[in-house]
Write a protein of this length. Structure first.
Ligand code: AHM
Ligand code: MG
Length: 352
């Protein structure tokens, strides 16, 4: 019985690799590069290296429960090695997958206060990679989806080494953005300005396969909102009124929305991208700039969202127009279906 099962898995994998209608992420990246006559391959190199890192992190995330059984974070594992926190591990994996490519001049990670230079021994390149290695990592312990988010900018200063100035660019200058969702399956979704494409990892062959070509937020969208409502007492009047409206409680005869909140940005955004609706992380009296980070959480999601026909703002200004002043800067975030985000902005305008 086992052998028959293993055999059919094997033949499916073989079919996936030989069937020309199956598009691997690698093939997709190479084909997109052909559409850019000026391409040097450096940009494709970045995406391919991120793919490798994503597979390694996916493998470790899937093992997280079992690692806990064998020795939790901060402990010593059965081989006598120290078990590293998964988000720091993910940062290391991405950094080491990228540091030698010759495509980058520096990196920025949520887990490191300063920019990460490229080691002396490796050549420097013309791009900057900004990433959140493992967003929502507090969800690991309860087996809830988490993700990696990344953003790529072109270097704008002279000289070989990347500087803070190279990193502090508006989101509209991004040349690519994407995320990896470690969920019931592992998915990589990215845009390089030519639409949004989603790939699902087939673990049997270790390849990301194109599963969602040219993703567009559905229109009309699902009427779904996603927000941590526990913060209601700390919100502005406009935000509170918006919530009353979404619940159909403002006496305007509106149909109430449905609510979904995972507490993991990648998962909450992914659902919003596929189904429509709105994800919100507002400012409040305790966190006047919200919680999420502009460079490696809001801006990459905003680029993907706009490429998929959606809208993303901080409640008043388009996320992609915000000029960052610090690499770990926070911003409120309203993202999803255009008409719903625009409606949220109208409510928030009352606060001004
Ligand atoms: P993290 O970068 O420390 O993991 O925090 C970001 C996460 C997001 O994934 C999620 O949208 C948000 O925090 C949830 O915050 P809250 O618990 O306040 O609802
Ligand atoms: Mg994060």
């Amino acid at each position: 019985m086992f052998w028959r099962w293993a055999g059919s898995q094997q033949s499916k994998s073989h079919e996936a690799m030989t069937n020309s209608s199956v598009v691997t992420l690698e093939r997709h990246i190479v084909e997109e590069e052909r559409n850019r006559p000026e391409a040097t391959g450096a940009f494709s190199n970045i995406l391919l290296s991120i793919t490798l890192a994503a597979k390694i992190i996916s493998r470790e995330v899937n093992k997280a429960g079992i690692v806990d059984l064998l020795g939790g974070t901060g402990d010593t594992n059965v081989q006598g090695e120290r078990v590293q926190k998964l988000d720091l591990y993910a940062q290391d994996v991405i950094y080491r997958a990228m540091d030698h490519t010759g495509a980058l001049c520096c990196m920025v990670s949520e887990e490191s206060e300063d920019i990460l230079p490229i080691p002396e021994q490796f050549p420097k390149g013309k791009y900057v990679l900004i990433f959140d290695p493992l967003d929502g990592s507090s969800n690991i312990d309860v087996n809830v989806s988490i993700g990696t988010i990344f953003s790529v900018h072109r270097k704008i200063t002279d000289g070989e080494d990347g500087t803070v100035e190279d990193c502090l660019q508006a989101g509209c200058k991004q040349v690519a953005a994407g995320y990896v969702l470690y969920g019931s399956s592992t998915m990589l979704v990215y845009t390089s300005g030519q639409g949004v494409h989603g790939f699902t990892l087939d673990p049997s062959i270790g390849e990301f396969l194109l599963s969602h070509r040219d993703l567009v937020i559905p229109d009309p969208p699902s009427r779904m909102y996603s927000i941590n409502e526990a913060y209601y007492p700390r919100w502005s009047r406009g935000q509170q009124r918006l919530m009353q409206h979404l619940k159909g409680l403002d006496g305007e005869g509106t149909v109430s929305y449905s609510s979904r909140y995972i507490g993991s940005l990648v998962a909450d955004f992914h659902r919003t991208l596929l189904k429509g609706g709105i994800f919100m992380y507002p400012a409040d009296s305790k966190s006047p700039h919200g919680k999420l980070r502009l460079l490696y959480e809001a801006a990459p999601m905003a680029m993907i969202c706009e490429q998929a026909g959606g809208r993303a703002s901080d409640g008043g200004t388009r996320i992609l127009d915000l000029i960052p002043e610090a690499i770990h800067q926070r911003t409120p975030l309203y993202i999803g279906s255009s008409e719903i985000v625009a409606m949220a902005e109208d409510f928030l305008a009352e606060d001004v």
